[in-house]
Design a protein around this ligand. Structure first.
Ligand SMILES: CC(C)(COP(=O)(O)OP(=O)(O)OC[C@H]1O[C@@H](n2cnc3c(N)ncnc32)[C@H](O)[C@@H]1OP(=O)(O)O)[C@@H](O)C(=O)NCCC(=O)NCCS
Length: 322
């Protein structure tokens, strides 16, 4: 077995091998075998390979494992990150290689990690945890029709005294302030959520989305006060097809009253009407994890970070890895 590091030149053969490894282990993604899915994965990995460090295990015949990472000083989340991609051949015993590679590379990664790990890589997961990199949040995938049926009939929001309106440009400041305040108070649920750079990114995304007449961005008002923002952004994901990202942010006075079930119901109905076949999202919030389990969402990824706040029991039933 040869182990080596490419730096800083990109090697086309290693990049293609990395794309193969990643897609070969992406059985949860319905379009992993499509040319568009491949192009999307290649584009993500190419950015890392082009100007990052690429650590390879190769048995002389083929590439068995790759860890690639790069510094990204200006990502969407508004603070520098090290974007990391790890993949290996499932028949390859990665334990020795990943231990040596992480020991060499982790100390070089100075910024926050942006590392989405495929949970099939159990040995990589254990090696990361042993080095202080734990689960920050889980990525959950579900079917909206299944989720709706599982939530049951929970009544509407009007009968709970809430008015639901389409998000308009005049609501943007207040809606963004809800997000800023929520994550300034609870950074463990999105470490970047109160960053100015992230909020500017979110503002521009929302401003673009509400230009479309069929958008599913909603605000919740009580006695004329904007106290909630709920969204179902439906995109044609290159790996998953038409997929809704669901998001809810409530002001503290609306929390703990069981409003998430009727809000999810409303979002799911709209997402289905807009053609979504799947829902995909990332969370560490106990209420979202709880309802995720009710809705039959399954874990397809782990967002790993240093000094993660939560232990494995927090993410039950999605962790520990079997
Ligand atoms: C996330 C959020 C929308 C959830 O709403 P909420 O009002 O706190 O939760 P609800 O009262 O609707 O509870 C929903 C379910 O989760 C359960 N739940 C709530 N808090 C829980 C906790 N700490 N532990 C376990 N279960 C919990 C409830 O019992 C309920 O389950 P049930 O319907 O089976 O009884 C709200 O807390 C919020 O806006 N937080 C700030 C923004 C945020 O973190 N958004 C999520 C990012 S992914």
């Amino acid at each position: 077995m040869r182990e080596f590091v490419y730096h800083p030149l990109m090697d086309e053969h290693v990049l293609e091998a990395h794309v193969d490894l990643r897609l070969g282990n992406a059985r949860h993604a319905p379009l992993a075998g499509s040319p568009r899915g491949r192009a999307a994965v290649r584009a993500v990995l190419e950015r890392i390979h082009r100007d990052g460090r690429v650590c390879v295990a190769d048995d002389g015949a083929r590439v068995r494992a790759v860890l690639a990472w790069r510094d990204d000083p200006e990502p969407w989340c508004g603070a520098p990150v090290c974007t990391v991609a790890i993949d290996h051949d499932s028949a390859f015993d990665a334990r020795g290689w990943i231990a040596d590679t992480l020991d060499a590379e982790l100390p070089r990664m100075e910024a926050e990690l942006d590392l989405h790990l495929n949970p099939v890589y159990r040995d990589v997961y254990r090696a990361l945890v042993a080095r202080g990199v734990g689960v920050g949040s889980v990525v959950l995938l579900g079917e909206p029709a299944t989720a709706l049926a599982a939530l049951g009939d929970v009544g509407g929001l009007a009968e709970r005294g809430l008015e639901v309106m389409a998000l308009e440009a005049r609501h943007l400041d207040e809606a963004l302030e809800l997000t800023r305040a929520a994550f300034a108070a609870e950074p463990e649920h999105a470490w970047f959520g109160a960053n100015e750079g992230f909020l500017a990114f979110l503002r521009s995304r929302l401003a673009g989305e509400i230009e479309r007449p069929d958008h599913v961005q909603r605000v919740l008002l009580q006695n004329g006060r904007l106290l909630g923002h709920a969204s179902a952004s439906v995109d044609d994901d290159p790996l998953f097809g038409p997929t809704a990202g669901l998001g809810i942010v409530l002001a503290p006075e609306l929390r703990g009253r069981g409003l998430s079930r009727p809000i999810y119901r409303a979002l799911l109905e709209e997402a289905i009407a807009h053609g979504a076949r799947l829902t995909k999202g990332m969370t560490s919030h106990p209420a979202v994890l709880r309802l995720g389990a009710v809705m039959g969402r399954r874990r397809i990824g782990l967002a790993m970070r240093r000094g993660a706040t939560f232990g494995e029991s927090h993410f039950a039933p999605y962790l520990p890895l079997a």
